[in-house]
Design a protein around this ligand. Structure first.
Ligand code: G3I
Length: 321
């Protein structure tokens, strides 16, 4: 029985998942790790490279949990996608609990990026350098970084990451930018300007947190094309397709499978797409039900680690390409 990673390797792309916190000490860790190592060749730590975990105090870094993710990946011949160096969320209290001057916060950010990226130099191949810096209406998000530093924090973050690991692939990552809309237009123009200034942005991450209604596929295809034309690599970074938890489960699982197949089909036809990653793999461990009340079952395997219709659907697409 061929696995997703074997099929992906033939096509020279990565297929992956976000690994939950401390997956090595779950009650069912053997099962979890067995499916992960069988099916995937790229891993993103879901939370444990974020500021609140990795940099809990100004003068203290905590690399231990992130190291465990990287070691698991290395043992199983997967690459690591680092998430994330600059974000407005999951910041430690020592950042959010006081006011900063622009100079101070620039120093803090530079220290953070250079310390974390140097620590994992050569071992984390891809970095989400900046995550979710744009609002849904298509303006810069009013984060602590933006309000204190101004938009140049983005450019600086990419340059500092590049200095610390010149071989890593540096990505801008965001949600609700899969289709052509106000937000993706803003991101497109922002990255275009960064590239024109020589800022080292190598890729765009489309998170792909979507629901059973799917996407406008024509808009998605054209959006991929325009980002690829900027010379960017394309990554689907956090895919999940949530369905209602009431109503006909068979119907929604079938819909979900169709959506996954369609997205894989479009992605695999665009050579700029280098990886497709899901935000987890078993419905047992997913952020979705806790966040979208009444929705869930958004991933490839059910709560008992059985493959779902969407698993077979993407497999079929991978086999045909
Ligand atoms: O660590 C604490 C723990 O000490 C406490 O007991 C527990 C009680 O709620 O909370 C734990 O923190 C949780 C953290 O995940 C670690 O598990 C937070 O409450 C919870 O809000 C947090 O959720 C994460 C979320 O980002 C935060 O914004 C999700 O696991 C994670 O899947 C989600 O991932 C984001 C990506 O990073 C960026 N794109 C969107 C995506 C989905 O929101």
């Amino acid at each position: 029985n061929v696995s997703l990673r074997e099929l992906a390797e033939k096509l020279n792309i990565y297929i992956g998942f976000a690994a939950i916190n401390n997956f090595w000490s779950l009650s069912d860790e053997e099962k979890y790790m067995e499916v992960a190592r069988r099916e995937f060749n790229i891993l993103t730590p879901e939370n444990q490279m974020k500021w609140d975990t990795i940099h809990p105090e100004r003068d203290r870094y905590n690399f231990t949990p992130a190291e465990k993710h990287v070691e698991f990946a290395e043992e199983n011949n997967m690459i690591v996608h680092g998430h994330t160096l600059v974000w407005h969320n999951q910041l430690p209290g020592w950042i959010t609990g006081r006011e900063w001057t622009k100079e101070e916060l620039l120093n803090v950010l530079e220290d953070h990026i250079k310390t974390v990226v140097s620590h994992f130099k050569g071992r984390v191949k891809i970095w989400d350098v900046v995550n979710e810096a744009v609002s849904d209406s298509g303006t810069y998000r009013e984060s602590v970084w933006y309000k204190t530093i101004g938009p140049e924090y983005i450019e600086k973050a990419f340059r500092w990451t590049k200095e610390a690991d010149p071989d890593a692939i540096l990505i801008y990552n965001d949600y609700s930018i899969e289709e052509i809309n106000a937000k993706s237009n803003f991101v497109y123009n922002m990255i275009k300007e960064l590239k024109e200034k020589g800022v080292p942005v190598d890729g765009i991450g489309f998170q792909m947190h979507i629901d059973y209604r799917g996407l406008n596929y024509d808009s998605f295809r054209r959006n991929l094309e325009r980002f690829a034309k900027l010379g960017l690599q394309i990554y689907i970074t956090e895919m999940d397709v949530r369905i209602p938890l009431s109503g006909s489960e068979d119907y929604y699982l079938k819909k979900q499978a169709e959506i996954c197949a369609k997205i894989f089909d479009i992605c695999l036809d665009n050579p700029a797409v280098k990886a497709i990653q899901f935000w987890g793999f078993t419905d047992k461990y997913s952020w979705v039900p806790g966040f979208f009340k009444g929705y869930g079952k958004a991933l490839l395997f059910d709560e008992n680690y059985n493959p779902k219709p969407c698993y077979y659907a993407i497999k079929e697409v991978l086999e045909k390409k």
